[in-house]
Design a binder for this molecule. Structure first.
Ligand SMILES: Nc1ncnc2c1ncn2[C@@H]1O[C@H](COP(=O)(O)OP(=O)(O)OP(=O)(O)O)[C@@H](O)[C@H]1O
Length: 696
């Protein structure tokens, strides 16, 4: 008999008290070991439309609802006695007549009322179109609705749905149907899935996103230990497609913030080590805090004692470079700080006397050209790609400047210091020609912030076989690096990339507002397109608030009220994050925390206990995190975009780049929010705020 678990069960389990969860787990293990054990007390749910629903007693009050057939036992739901029965009485489990996917269908006649009120402020249709009271799916035929998995019970409701009512009806539909309808409402395109009717309906991709086989007690223990981590068990078909896919070369998964790219990276990493004998996999990401978070998630995914753990190394880009440097060269790398490099450049520029070039131009040329591409002679300087740079530099200008860079390189060398680019470059040189590589596979998260030296480095330290390089990232969240051609470095992901479209993190309202900050199609330098239009969120919430105050003192009470309301509504302090553009504005954020009577968890610190504390940090540190409520504050004019960056540009191309990354920074900060978002500043405020607001 197959033993299965449904997402409705894990959701319900997560809502129970700890002692109740314990009783449920014991009973679930008993069920899995021997469903016919006389110790288990089964009762058929007589009032259910589905004769296969039974209740099983976990303790005096808690009942597990199972769906039992001769071939399978499914843990479907769990709750206090009456609620558990009521749930089962209103549900049927069946294969959809058209798609063949197994669905947990709400029996329409037992749903008392659907969407009496308009719960959402934001229009769900594409911005610009007028909200309408007309049925929004009137152009779709019954066959269309069935093709996307609308249960027969709900066909009439969907056909009649107006924009006001639809989001609530969507809450009663299986996810594949509500996502397709939301996408249709937003774009006018109905994405009819390719027919996938496997012989076993439980193998259908849409079934697998809500019902999973539990193969052994270890899997069951993982699913029950972390019932709130649904991502470990239930993947969207588009996520699953990328987890197990064989690639003949480097591959990349894209998608806007919160679409589950990290989840795909984690599953893919686990799967590669499980299926490849002697795998040595590197899972890597931008920073040390993010790599610690990834490491925790790997353990949740595979289990803390899994045999695959020793085959997975988790480290930040720089962390793995430092480790390999020590191994390869037998000593530590001494990293030159940015200030040190600036001092050296200033000194050599004055000695060589190149006063026709500004200091900021020399720094920018060093960072984005000479150091990034590891240019080591005048000839190479003439040939290096100048993407994102002032395109023309005359031979004469280059000949004047090169001695500065040559002298700076020599000065660093004589002081025993290396820039990060040089460290990555030296390691690349060391490993590039060797047959034996440190890793068989590399999975990179936050790949949009890989620079030239890092990408070259990762390509050099992975054995070149199939599936060796996998990247997850969102070019809309690039905040640290200038764009460059991956293809030119031999990492060609064309034809092996895809975009995820279902947003699991952020409410419909917050995602829509944040999406307005960026274009709906992003294209990388190699022409790989990331089509973000049609991305849908799985849940709804309050509209984000954008508030400008006359001065800093007046900004504070608005935020304090927002925080107090969130706390009053049951959001814990550690589920709230406050972000500012830079460190200069952080005192304003700390003042908010103090005024709320709470203490701050500084994101720049090293992982203190978050309990009871609100997270405070710069927008750069927001990368990869998520909170129930987010405040992005001090978005003042001249703070965002940051005036000093605007003033430091060397040319117009760089100015565009500064605007783009500053905008993307705000996007990153806003998309950390799950349910509530407040964006504030002192009037007139950042010019970007106009885009966040609802179009009139
Ligand atoms: N299949 C899934 N089922 C349930 N939750 C999911 C699923 N996939 C992702 N999530 C949840 O959605 C949230 C966002 O996922 P994730 O961090 O992987 O997104 P991301 O695309 O990497 O985001 P970002 O670009 O902002 O870093 C997380 O809370 C994650 O647990």
């Amino acid at each position: 008999m197959e033993f299965r678990i449904a997402d409705t069960f894990t959701d319900a389990l997560a809502r129970l008290a700890a002692n109740e969860q314990k009783a449920v787990k014991t009973t679930a293990f008993d069920l899995q070991m021997d469903p016919s054990s006389p110790g288990l007390s089964f009762h058929r749910i007589d009032n259910s439309k589905d004769a296969n629903f039974w209740s099983v007693r976990a303790n005096a009050d808690i009942r597990i609802i199972v769906h039992k057939t001769a071939a399978s036992m499914l843990l479907a739901y769990v709750d206090h006695h009456d609620k558990a029965y009521a749930w089962a009485e209103r549900r049927r489990i069946e294969a959809h007549p058209k798609t063949g996917a197994v669905q947990i269908v709400e029996v329409r006649e037992r749903v008392v009322e659907v969407a009496p009120q308009l719960p959402f402020g934001a229009p769900i249709v594409a911005s610009g179109a007028k909200p309408t009271k007309a049925p929004i799916f009137k152009s779709l035929s019954t066959d269309d609705l069935l093709a996307i998995g609308v249960p027969e019970d709900w066909l009439a409701d969907v056909a009649r749905a107006t924009e006001d009512r639809f989001l609530d009806i969507a809450g009663h539909l299986p996810a594949e149907a509500s996502e397709a309808l939301l996408e249709y409402a937003a774009t006018g395109d109905l994405n009819r899935p390719a027919p996938a009717r496997p012989a076993d309906p439980f193998a259908h991709p849409d079934t697998l996103r809500r019902i999973r086989v539990v193969e052994n007690a270890e899997h069951l223990a993982l699913a029950l230990d972390y019932p709130w981590d649904k991502w470990t068990v239930f993947l969207h078909p588009s996520q699953r497609a990328f987890v197990g896919k064989e690639f003949s070369g480097p591959a990349r998964i894209a998608g806007s913030a919160g679409t589950g790219k990290t989840v795909v990276a984690l599953h893919r990493a686990a799967r590669l080590v499980e299926t490849t004998p002697n795998a040595r996999l590197l899972l890597t990401t931008f920073s040390d805090p993010l790599s610690r978070a990834l490491e925790r998630k790997v353990r949740i995914l595979v289990g803390p004692d899994s045999r695959v753990i020793p085959s997975i190394s988790v480290a930040s880009f720089q962390g793995v470079a430092l480790d390999l440097f020590q191994l390869a060269f037998g000593h530590r790398a001494h990293v030159a700080t940015e200030d040190r490099v600036w001092a050296i450049l200033a000194e050599v520029s004055s000695t060589i006397s190149v006063s026709e070039f500004s200091e900021r131009f020399i720094r920018s040329e060093w960072t984005n050209v000479v150091d990034a591409w590891q240019v080591n002679n005048a000839e190479a300087y003439g040939q290096v790609p100048r993407l994102g740079r002032k395109n023309r530099m005359s031979v004469k200008q280059r000949d004047r400047l090169w001695p500065v860079f040559e002298a700076a390189r020599a000065a660093l060398l004589s002081q025993g210091l290396m820039t990060w680019s040089q460290i990555f470059g030296k390691l690349t040189g060391h490993f590039a020609g060797r047959a034996e590589k440190p890793f068989t596979h590399i999975v990179v998260d936050e790949a949009q912030d890989l620079g030239v030296p890092e990408l070259r480095f990762f390509a050099a330290i992975a054995s070149g076989g199939a599936n060796a390089l996998f990247f997850a990232g969102d070019i809309g969240q690039r905040i640290f690096q200038q764009p460059f051609s991956w293809k030119a470095l031999g990492v060609d992901v064309r034809g092996r990339s895809a975009t995820l479209k279902v947003n699991y993190r952020t409410s419909h309202e917050i995602r829509q507002a944040a999406d307005r900050l960026l274009p709906s199609v992003l294209r990388d330098v190699d022409g790989v397109e990331d089509q973000r239009k049609g991305t849908v969120s799985l849940f709804s919430g309050p509209e984000p608030i954008v508030a400008l105050a006359p001065d800093e003192n007046a900004e504070l009470p608005t935020i304090v009220d927002f925080v107090k309301q969130a706390l009053a509504d049951g959001i814990a302090a550690h589920e709230i994050g406050i972000f500012t553009r830079g460190a200069d504005q952080l005192p304003r954020a700390r003042a908010v925390v103090k005024a709320c009577g709470l203490s701050a968890l500084e994101l720049s610190g090293r992982g203190d206990d978050p309990a009871g504390r609100m997270s405070v940090g710069t927008m750069h540190l927001a990368k990869g995190l998520e909170f129930k409520a987010v405040i992005v504050m001090a978005c003042d004019d001249e703070v965002l975009p940051l005036q000093s960056r605007v003033e430091a540009v060397a040319d117009e191309v760089e100015l565009d780049e500064v605007y783009e990354t500053e905008r993307q920074l705000l996007y990153v900060a806003c998309t950390r929010a799950r349910d509530r978002l407040l964006v504030t500043g002192v009037a007139p405020g950042s010019e970007f705020l106009a885009d966040l607001k609802l179009p009139i």
